[in-house]
Structures are given as structure tokens and as C-alpha cells.
Write a protein that binds this ligand. Sequence first.
Ligand code: NAI
Length: 265
Amino acid sequence: MTLAQTQVAPLVFPTLKDKVVLVTGAGSGIGRAGAMAMARHGAQVVVTDLDPAKAAKVVDDLGDEGVSAASAGLDVTDDQAVADEIDKIVKTYGRIDVLHSHAGYQIEGNLEQVPVEGMDMSWRLNVRSHFIAARATVGHMRAQGGGSIIITSSNSGVQYDREMIAYATTKHAVIAMTRQMAADYAKDNIRFNALCPGFIDTPFNAGFETQMGGRDQLENYVARTIPMGRWGTTDEMADSILFLASDMSTFMTGHALVIDGGECI
Ligand code: NAI
């Protein structure tokens, strides 16, 4: 058979129809783009954020496209609120297939510059909150036969940044935790993968912009230090989120998926 005679099935992205998804920190940036992409691919998405108005705006914007979703205010540092939200989702929709635990925190500085409270808050948001959310979710996923948990780390979890001790340390730690959970729950068909973005132009980089000395300096830094010479887009992150959430990645667990234009090479 020649190559021309070979029947190639059209590439169809697996639908997320009937999948129930919770995204935290989804009112802006990467979380918002991923939540919108999953909803557009048929998932029932619960968009949550510390700021309920931002979460509601995402749902409104999806509504303008004819796509439905639900929103709620949720502070991921409130353990009880996180557990209650997950239980409410299972009660309302009967299951939870995907948890994208995304909200995080960045404080710049080296060992002497970062206040102890800044280190504590980094641990609280970048590690502990993912532990709490995953802990509240796995029992439901085991009972239903599996699920996908996506935890946002950073490429700062696989490399060392200058004067970002609290961020780099906690983003490394959460990859270790993700891999440990992946090993423990693989037998239950619950997949855990870490999403590791590089420079994505969202409000999250405001602190780093200040540290760099302003927007022009930041743009210059990105152009010089990212091998691809540019920022990544939130849509490029959403593509990876879709991949990790869907049946495109059913044999993939314990992975740190780095999407950073080559920065950490
Ligand atoms: P963003 O600033 O666009 O959105 C973050 C959202 O999280 C905001 O809507 C904010 O209200 C919400 N949030 C803040 N504290 C919260 C809390 N306690 N509970 C619930 N929601 C809360 O940020 P973006 O770009 O989406 O980044 C957020 C995550 O992505 C963080 O985990 C960060 O470490 C990671 N990341 C971002 C990169 C970037 O260049 N934008 C690069 C690498 C990682």
C-alpha cells in the first residue's frame, strides 16, 4: 500500500462532553483561558475565583458565545470552602472529572528580602492549597473510576530564577507533591500532572515587572532571555490544559508539562 492509499482518520479532538470540571483562580489569565476552552469543548465547568465578579464575568463571556458554565467565589486558602465547593459540585452534577487547581502566589526577593510571611503565603497558595483541593477530590474520583487533576506549577519548578526564593522553592515542591500523588493514585486511574508555564502576559507578572524596573525592561528581558523571543499566550496554555484534561492523555501521569518557549533549556 502506498502512503497515498493509506486511510488517515481525521484528527478529532476528544470531546469533554459530560465531563465535570472545577477550575480555581479562573477569573483571569491562564485559569480563565483553560476554563473557557474546556467549556467550549463541551465540559460542564465551574469557574471559581477569589473575586466572584471575575468568575461571573467569565461565565457571562461564555454565555455570549452560547456556551454555558457556572461560577462561584472561592478562596483556595479557605480549606472548608474548598471542600464544600467540591462536595457541592458532586451533589449538583453527580461527579467531578477534572480539577484544575490553578491559583498561585508570587513574591520576589532573595533569602534576606522575602519576609517570613511571604514565604508562608507562598507555601499556603503554591503547595498547601493544591494538597487541600486534591485531598477533597480524590475520594469522589476513585468512586467514579478515575479523573484528571492538573496542578499549576511553573517553569520555575524545574529551574532556578534569580531572587525568587519563595516562588521557585514552592513551585519545585508542588511538582514533587504532584508526582508523589500520581504514584499513589495511578491504581485508581486518577492522573496528576503539573502545568509549568513560562512567561505568559497576564496580571500575574506585575510584581516581576516592578522588580525588573518597568514594562520596557520586562519586554526587553522576555525578548532577550526566551529562546523563542516572545511571551506565550493564554490560548497556548489552554491547549495544554485541554490535553491534560481530556482523553488525549489517558496514559500520562506524574508529568511536569513545561510550556515556556524554551526558557528552561
Ligand atoms: P492572573 O493574575 O491572570 O489570575 C490569577 C487569578 O487568581 C486572579 O483572578 C485572582 O483573583 C485569583 N486568585 C488570587 N488569589 C486567589 C485565592 N486565594 N483563591 C482563589 N483565587 C485566587 O494569573 P495567571 O497568569 O493565570 O497565573 C496564575 C497561576 O499561574 C499561578 O499559579 C502562577 O504561579 C502560574 N504561572 C503563571 C505564569 C505567568 O507568566 N502568568 C508563569 C508560570 C506560572
